[in-house]
Design a protein around this ligand. Structure first.
Ligand SMILES: Nc1ncnc2c1ncn2[C@@H]1O[C@H](COP(=O)(O)OP(=O)(O)OP(=O)(O)O)[C@@H](O)[C@H]1O
Length: 968
């Protein structure tokens, strides 16, 4: 082992340099030549063989003119409909433009019967070959041209469409040949041209001779039908679904983009139809980046990225809904313009007098009295409450589209050539329809109004928005009324509405209004299926998107786990954590293939996650032993380091960029390496009870979590830590500082709420899925009712997933490295001592304060580490305030680390040197379904075969080992 490692390690830099060069060259050169030689990918390879400078001048001019016009035409076509922007080097504008020209020429001749010597040649070519089908030829050619302009990178889809079109053309020519009376060659070319052309003759002639006409006609019609299915990528069983979608589209009933229920509700409640918010124009760069992300399905970091996904249409509708219904305007009074209304609002907010031009009374809401609902007042015992003006409820603009999500079928790569179909969306049935207002709401409005009047507070309930578990009532203050006058009434309000769980928000974020959240007497379940079918979830295909639940305004909350990038879930027992974790895992299983997401599940409680045992997304069996879980976290750290090595070696900053380049064939292994580079799946690590892990190995677990959370984002590794004990000894300061997104379910005390959210609030939640969600980057938590998924739904999804693919477990995840002989004085500090050694030796700077800073340890610990380093001969004795001499040279680092750790050298933590590569290699031997393993060479049971790994003997200069010893 050592002999194999050492040459690789020593020659690591030299071994990797040529590799990087070759990779870099091969990935960069074509890009450049593609740009220079024009946008045609194939054209560019031709121009590489014969550079344009060597072409004669006239030809160069023609080539440039052709490419210039092609690019212009391409740019125009790309701008049609949804703007797309394929990468420059893969564009095929030249070919697309050629097809377009041919289409135009054929159309001019066949559609408008243009005649002349050139037109005759075109007619002979088109009608002579395909007969009557020459009339549809321009459509087909234009389709091909548009595909090449807009989606040149979608090779498989383009080939599929081409095959479909060719089958259609052949069968169509055959049919027209039969329709033209089966002319023979002896009947002359004119008759052939007026029927199916020479192709029709060749297709239908022999067939009709062998069979009779009618069976051939049926066969050819069937072929035309099949060609349509091929072109539209419609499997047989999806035909009814597609026909329904087409019908709805033609009838203008598309549910997804334009929800009719929202309109109905606007009509019912007099709310203005939500207006489309004009989006700011995007720069070309932004558009290109978005298009690239869309092509890839998902991309790396974005500016102002949010973990929370919200549909822009939903937001616009919600914003429109949040504007109170316009009061009735008396005849003869001018309604203020939008600009005037905005000015008035600002002046009102600033406490300045407002001239609304309608007289003081005109601003009052309509005074039509409603009779308070007798049943509801009885419930709240409010017989004495006087009638109040009607209060508009905010229409819920977030009803999920009823149409199922089209089922996605993928060809898996990591798991061999397996076609994997995501579970159909009807596995998660819709929940009960959301209510917009109920009698209980009207009763609460009456109670609130009465309370405000009773205490002479100049404030009004102006509206409410009903969520599944709580309703938020909005109160607007009269001029000169202090916010505190309402907040001071919290106990009286609680008394009036007979509920102790009243939460006051002052103000509601983004509004000049006070919010009072009061639990609904009639709660509603939020079905996970509805959340996953919402517009926000449908808009993205990112595999790490999960359905969170519904907010207080009834809007669906969907979040991207990859952007969080790590999540802490906490709450008292029974508050709904496990249900949330179940929704999260089910969302992933519903939306992602095992190629896209792999999971590590840690379930010390042993019962919560057993339903998922055996799903192919798992990398290791569900871990129930806390000690093994701690080791698994260390494996995740190693996996992260390996991914980082790949990122560094191939020059990428984020795993999404790396994966995108791999899919585009731009990541090329070094010459001579047998490694097959594959995209890395996201790795989701779910710990269902962090407290159990922290009890057995607090330091190791904390170290691993901190290291993963600090770095793993770019490596596509994300942590979800759930605990019912959010105390400072479980969720330590370090863990908290590195886990930016929080989901707080009901906690038992305000202290626990502060640990989770850094603010009070969670102690007032109602339990059973009621939660405060604080995604990374937002400072105000959102109140949500968690999505709910039943056990039978989980069972169906799991059975579907398991039925397609067996889990292939990695064997090294929970395997402990053999215990090494560690000196007593080092004790538990081995890891940090090794880091200190690496730091001091690589920087050649023996300073205690540097250790404090870099390793984030206290002065006493840094001093102790320095003493240990002195006792091992790494640094010299203390020289007062000066840094100590470093006695070990960087070349001897590996040996020194090995000596300290009492065995073979462990991986220097952040080291990017050759030793690090080689050492990681030692740590990672084994089959790796998460990584780019050549599955061709691996057993299906996950064991590597001999040819997976190279023998250093085959590769005298060792350069190959520097790559292949990473076990990939
Ligand atoms: N989103 C939800 N919608 C409706 N009911 C829910 C929801 N979440 C939880 N509940 C209810 O609360 C009960 C307890 O939830 P859950 O088991 O998830 O709590 P927990 O916090 O994981 O508790 P423990 O820590 O004891 O396992 C569930 O059985 C269910 O009845």
């Amino acid at each position: 082992m050592a002999t194999r490692t050492s040459p690789a390690a020593r020659s690591g830099s030299s071994g990797r340099t040529p590799a990087r060069n070759s990779g870099g060259n091969s990935s960069k050169t074509p890009a450049k030549s593609g740009q220079r030689g024009g946008s045609t990918g194939r054209g560019s390879s031709a121009s590489r063989q014969a550079p344009p400078d060597q072409l004669p001048l006239p030809l160069r001019v023609v080539e440039s003119a052709w490419m210039g016009i092609s690019r212009l035409a391409g740019a125009g076509v790309r701008k049609l409909g949804t703007d797309v922007s394929p990468e420059r080097e893969i564009r095929r504008d030249g070919t697309g433009f050629f097809l377009l020209l041919v289409a135009l020429a054929v159309a001019t001749v066949e559609w408008w019967a243009l005649r002349g010597p050139v037109a005759d040649i075109i007619h002979a070519g088109a009608a002579g070959t395909f007969g009557w089908m020459a009339v549809v030829l321009p459509f087909m050619l234009t389709t091909g041209a548009i595909r090449l302009f807009r989606y040149p990178e979608r090779h498989r889809a383009n080939s599929r469409i081409s095959i479909g079109l060719v089958i259609m053309l052949l069968a169509g020519a055959g049919i027209t040949h039969i329709a033209g009376g089966l002319p023979a060659l002896s009947d002359g070319f004119d008759r052939l041209w007026a029927s199916g052309g020479i192709v029709g003759f060749l297709v239908a002639g022999p067939l009709s001779a062998a069979l009779t006409v009618w069976p051939v006609l049926a066969l050819l019609s069937l072929l035309v039908f099949i060609s349509i299915l091929i072109i539209t990528a419609t499997p047989f069983r999806h035909i009814p679904l597609r026909l329904r979608a087409l019908y709805e589209h033609l009838m203008g009933q598309d549910l997804a983009p334009d929800d009719p229920e929202a309109h109905d509700q606007s009509y019912l409640y007099g709310t203005p139809k939500p207006q489309k918010v004009k989006k700011p124009r995007k720069s070309r760069r932004e558009k290109e980046a978005e298009a690239a992300a869309a092509q890839d399905g998902f991309a790396g970091d974005e500016a102002f990225e949010r973990a929370l996904l919200q549909d822009e249409e939903d937001e616009a509708a919600a914003a429109a809904a949040a504007t109170p219904a316009a009061p009735a305007v008396p005849p003869g009074v001018r309604r203020p313009t939008q600009a005037e209304l905005a000015t008035q609002k600002i002046r009102r907010n600033q406490g300045l007098p407002v001239d609304d031009g309608m007289g003081a009374d005109a601003a009052e809401p309509p005074t039509e009295a409603i009779s308070t609902v007798p049943g509801a007042t009885e419930v709240l015992n409010l017989a004495a409450v006087p009638p109040v003006a009607p209060v508009p409820s905010r229409p819920v603009a977030h009803t999920p589209p009823a149409a199922p999500i089209p089922q996605r079928t993928e060809q898996l790569q990591l798991s061999g050539d397996i076609t994997y179909t995501l579970p159909p969306s009807d596995f998660l049935p819709p929940g009960p329809p959301a209510k917009e207002r109920s009698e209980a709401n009207d009763a609460v409005v009456a109670a609130l109004t009465h309370t405000l009047e009773q205490f002479n507070v100049d404030a009004k309930v102006t509206g409410f928005s009903r969520g599944p578990t709580v309703t938020r009532y909005e109160i607007e203050l009269g001029e000169g009324t202090k916010v505190e006058r309402v907040t001071a009434l919290s106990k009286n309000i609680a008394y009036a509405v007979a509920s102790s769980d009243v939460r006051i928000l002052s103000p509601i974020p983004g509004k000049s209004a006070i919010g009072i959240e009061i639990p609904n007497a009639d709660k509603e379940v939020v079905a996970l299926g509805d959340v996953l079918r919402s517009n926000s979830a449908r808009k993205t295909e990112h595999p790490m998107v999960m359905g969170v639940g519904k907010d207080v305004e009834g809007g669906f909350v969907v979040a991207n786990l990859a952007k969080m990038p790590h999540l802490l879930v906490a709450g008292a027992t029974g508050a709904g954590k496990s249900s949330f974790v179940n929704s999260m895992i089910t969302s992933i299983l519903m939306r992602s293939t095992p190629d896209e997401v792999r999971m590590v599940m840690v379930d010390p409680k042993r019962v919560e996650l057993t339903a998922y045992e055996g799903v192919p997304h798992l990398i290791t069996p569900i871990i129930t032993n806390p000690k093994k879980a701690a080791e698994a976290l260390q494996w995740v750290v190693r996996e992260m380091d390996t991914r980082y090595d790949d990122l560094a070696n191939f020059g990428f900053k984020h795993i999404d960029d790396f994966n995108k380049a791999v899919r585009n064939g731009k990541v090329i292994p070094p010459a001579g390496s047998k490694r097959v580079i594959r995209a890395y799946p996201y790795l989701l690590v779910i710990v269902d009870e962090l407290a159990d892990l922290m009890m057995v190995a607090p330091r190791d677990v904390e170290d691993s979590i901190v290291r993963i959370t600090q770095l793993a984002r770019a490596a596509g590794i994300h942590l979800v830590l759930a605990t019912q004990r959010p105390s400072v000894d479980v969720v330590t300061g370090l863990i908290k500082a590195n886990v930016p997104s929080r989901m707080a379910f009901a906690t038992s005390s305000v202290t626990d709420s502060r640990v989770v959210l850094d603010q009070p609030g969670a102690e007032k939640l109602l339990g059973q899925g009621d939660a405060l969600f604080l995604p990374m980057g937002s400072n105000k938590p959102i109140r949500v009712q968690g999505a709910w998924v039943t056990e039978s739904e989980i069972h169906r999804v799991v059975e579907h997933v398991k039925g397609q693919l067996k889990a292939v477990y990695r064997e090294d995840v929970a395997v402990t490295a053999p215990k090494k002989q560690i000196d007593d004085d080092i004790g538990d500090d081995l890891d940090v001592l090794l880091q200190a050694t690496e730091l001091v030796v690589t920087t050649q700077f023996g300073s205690t304060s540097m250790l404090q800073r870099k390793l984030r340890v206290g002065f006493a610990k840094a001093g102790r580490l320095m003493d240990l380093l002195e006792s091992r001969g790494v640094v010299g004795p203390s020289e007062g305030s000066k840094a100590r001499d470093v006695l070990v040279k960087p070349d001897d680092l590996a040996a020194t680390l090995a000596a300290i750790s009492g065995g073979d050298a462990p991986a220097p933590s952040g080291g990017a040197g050759a030793a690090a590569l080689a050492d990681n290699a030692n740590a990672n031997h084994g089959f790796d379904p998460t990584g780019p393993v050549d599955l061709v060479a691996a057993d299906l049971d996950g064991r590597p075969q001999a040819e997976d790994y190279h023998d250093g003997a085959e590769d005298p200069d060792g350069s190959e080992d520097a790559w292949n010893l990473t076990g990939r």
